[in-house]
Design a protein around this ligand. Structure first.
Ligand code: ADP
Ligand code: MG
Length: 247
C-alpha cells in the first residue's frame, strides 16, 4: 500500500528565549492510505508538535513530511482536525457549526447540499434531532461527536486528532471509540490519532507508533492485527509494567 503520510527523519527544535529547545529528534512514521495510525507517548514528548507538522502549521528543521506525494510546506485545507476541547461557535447551531469547513473549502456548494452532508454525519454519530441545538446545550461527549463531524464534513485527506477523548469519562470515551470505527467503516479516511491511552491506541489503530525520549524519537511501531469486528470487551487492559516497557 502506498505511504499516504511519510514522515522521514524529522528533527525539530523550538526557538525559545533560553535558546533552542530540541523536541523531536528522529521521527519516522509511515501511514498507508486509509489506515489508522495511533501515536502514543508521554506528556511533553512532542505529540502536538507532530500534529502541527502534518497539518502544515509548522515546518520541521530537518527531514520531511510528505502528504499524498507532496511535501507539506504550508497550512492545508485538506486536513481535518479534532482536539480535546473542541471550539464551537455558540451563536451557531450544531448543524451550522458542522457545516463551517464546507463554507471555507467549498464556498460554492449549494446550501441544501452542505446541510444534507452535515446532517448525514450527525445522524451517523447519533446526534439526529440535535441539529438545531446550540453547543452549550450538548454534553461534552456530544460536543466531541459534533466536532468529529465538523472535522470530516469536507472529506479531508487526513483526519488528525490530538487527544480528542482525553476529557471524557471512560464510558463516554469507549462509546466514542465505537463511533469512530463506525465512521471509518462508512467512509474510509486516513487518520492520525494522538493519545496517551494505550487501550485506545490498540482499539482504534492499525498501527501504534510509540514515541519517547527527550528529545523524542520513534521507539517502536506496533502493527495491530486484531479482527475487523473486534469490540472493546475483547481488549485486554495492559498492566502498568507493560505500559512502562512500551513507553
Ligand atoms: P505533547 O503534545 O506530547 O505533550 P508538545 O508537542 O505540546 O508535547 O510539546 C513538546 C515540548 O515542546 C514541550 O516541552 C513544550 O513545552 C514545548 N513547546 C511546545 N510548543 C512550543 C512553542 N510554541 N514554543 C516553545 N516550546 C514549545
Ligand atoms: Mg499535546
Amino acid at each position: 500500500m502506498s505511504k499516504f503520510i511519510d514522515i522521514k527523519g524529522v528533527r525539530h527544535a523550538y526557538r525559545t528565549k533560553n535558546g533552542p529547545l530540541p523536541v523531536l529528534d528522529g521521527l519516522d512514521i509511515e501511514v498507508p492510505e486509509g489506515t489508522f495510525c495511533a501515536v502514543v507517548g508521554p506528556s511533553g514528548c512532542g505529540k502536538s508538535t507532530l500534529t502541527r507538522l502534518i497539518s502544515g502549521l509548522m515546518k520541521p528543521d530537518t527531514g520531511a513530511v510528505v502528504l499524498a506525494g507532496e511535501e507539506v510546506a504550508s497550512p492545508r485545507k485538506t486536513v481535518g482536525m479534532a482536539f480535546q476541547n473542541p471550539v464551537m461557535l455558540e451563536w451557531r447551531t450544531i448543524l451550522q457549526n458542522v457545516m463551517l469547513p464546507l463554507e471555507i473549502v467549498a464556498p460554492r456548494m449549494p446550501r441544501a447540499e452542505a446541510e444534507a452532508r452535515a446532517a448525514h454525519l450527525l445522524d451517523m454519530v447519533g446526534l439526529k434531532g440535535f441539529e438545531g441545538k446550540k453547543p452549550s446545550e450538548l454534553s461534552g461527549g456530544m460536543r466531541q461527536r459534533a466536532s468529529l463531524c465538523r472535522a470530516l464534513v469536507h472529506r479531508p485527506q487526513v483526519l488528525i486528532m490530538d487527544e480528542p477523548f482525553g476529557a471524557l469519562d471512560n464510558f463516554t470515551r469507549e462509546d466514542l471509540w465505537q463511533t469512530m470505527r463506525d465512521l471509518r467503516a462508512a467512509e474510509p479516511f486516513t487518520c492520525v490519532l494522538i493519545t496517551h491511552d494505550l487501550r485506545e491506541s490498540v482499539f482504534l489503530g492499525d498501527q501504534v507508533v510509540v514515541l519517547s525520549g527527550r528529545p523524542a524519537r520513534t521507539q517502536y511501531v506496533l502493527d495491530v492485527d486484531l479482527p475487523a469486528d473486534r469490540r472493546i470487551d475483547i481488549l485486554y487492559e495492559p498492566k502498568a509494567g507493560e505500559m512502562l516497557h512500551l513507553l
